[in-house]
Design a protein around this ligand. Structure first.
Ligand code: AMP
Ligand code: MN
Ligand code: MN
Ligand code: MN
Length: 278
């Protein structure tokens, strides 16, 4: 039996993706994906439209969300897969995150104005007016559009990353709270892209231990664009922690070629796929 091609990490224009949910799911289906989850940052607003598009394209759909969380001063992302989108505890949790995002974006704008001599207030206000989930990627795109940086990557490496003029440290809800809000909505809970947190092996093992103890179900083991070495490291951690393994592209934008929907390495055969329990 061959494993399902499951892309369980996708963004629409309800957060920092560029496609509307229906166009996104048509693309996902055309790429051969058999099971798709919409996982916008801090909102489930696109799930109904995405579900309808998947029904039309005859592929399976899972309502999901990617929430921000804090652990030992580090910002993390946690995926909830199979969420009941009207669960009051989840709805309140997501509203809180979006309010934090708006305040953060305006503060980033202030800092860009004061520390980098950029029209940060105007750019941040424009982003906040245009989206309910203002991310740094929106601001990066606005900086590119205004000619202040050449591309999104440069916005992060020159202005928005840690230690740079536009960086605002965040206190997101603690990891345990994030997991609890997702579990209250019936989700399978997955730690997103653990290789991107730049943690030592020891710290990553501690994080995964606490995530599992808090009720986490799985690790995102295969993500588009990751190195074989990272996949191997995460597969080893999934085995030792007895967590399930998830797959996804983290697709945002058709203009970005390295994370096409459905294009990521297969999971090692001995791991238990998250997709099999959804
Ligand atoms: P935020 O959630 O507001 O901190 O914004 C983070 C989002 O920006 C991520 O979900 C990615 O989509 C995107 N992102 C983060 N780092 C980079 C980078 N170096 N280059 C391009 N996009 C990035
Ligand atoms: Mn994003
Ligand atoms: Mn993420
Ligand atoms: Mn993502």
């Amino acid at each position: 039996m061959t494993a399902l091609l499951a892309d369980l990490h996708l963004h629409s224009h309800h957060s920092d993706g560029v496609l509307d949910p229906a166009a996104l799911m048509r693309l996902v289906a055309a790429r051969g994906v058999e099971l798709a989850a919409l996982t916008d940052h801090d909102t489930t607003a696109g799930c109904a439209a995405a579900a309808a598009a998947c029904a039309e394209a005859r592929i399976r759909f899972i309502s999901g969300v990617e929430v921000s969380a804090g652990w030992q001063g580090q910002s993390l992302h946690v995926l909830g897969l199979g969420v009941a989108t009207d669960t009051p505890e989840l709805v309140a949790h997501l509203e809180g995150l979006r309010a934090q995002r708006r305040a953060r974006l305006l503060e980033i704008g202030e800092r860009l104005e004061k520390r980098a001599g950029l029209p940060g207030r105007e750019l941040a206000a424009g982003v906040c007016a245009a989206t309910a989930v203002p991310t740094r990627l929106h601001l990066a795109r606005a900086l590119v559009a205004s000619g202040r940086v050449r591309n999104e990557a440069e916005a992060f490496t020159r202005l928005l990353g840690r230690g740079l003029p536009g960086h605002v440290p965040m206190e997101w809800p603690a990891l345990e709270q994030a997991v609890a809000a997702l579990r209250a909505a019936g989700a399978t809970v997955v730690l997103a892209h653990p290789h991107r947190y730049r943690l030592s092996n020891g710290a990553l093992r501690r994080l995964i231990g606490e995530f599992s103890a808090a009720g986490g179900d799985g690790l995102e083991v295969s993500v588009a664009g990751m190195s074989p070495r990272d996949l191997d490291r995460l597969a080893t951690l999934a085995r030792s922690s007895k967590l399930k393994a998830s797959t996804g592209s983290d697709f945002h934008d058709p203009a970005v070629p390295w994370n096409t929907p459905g294009r990521f390495a297969k999971l090692p055969a001995d791991l238990e796929p998250v997709a099999a329990c959804l």
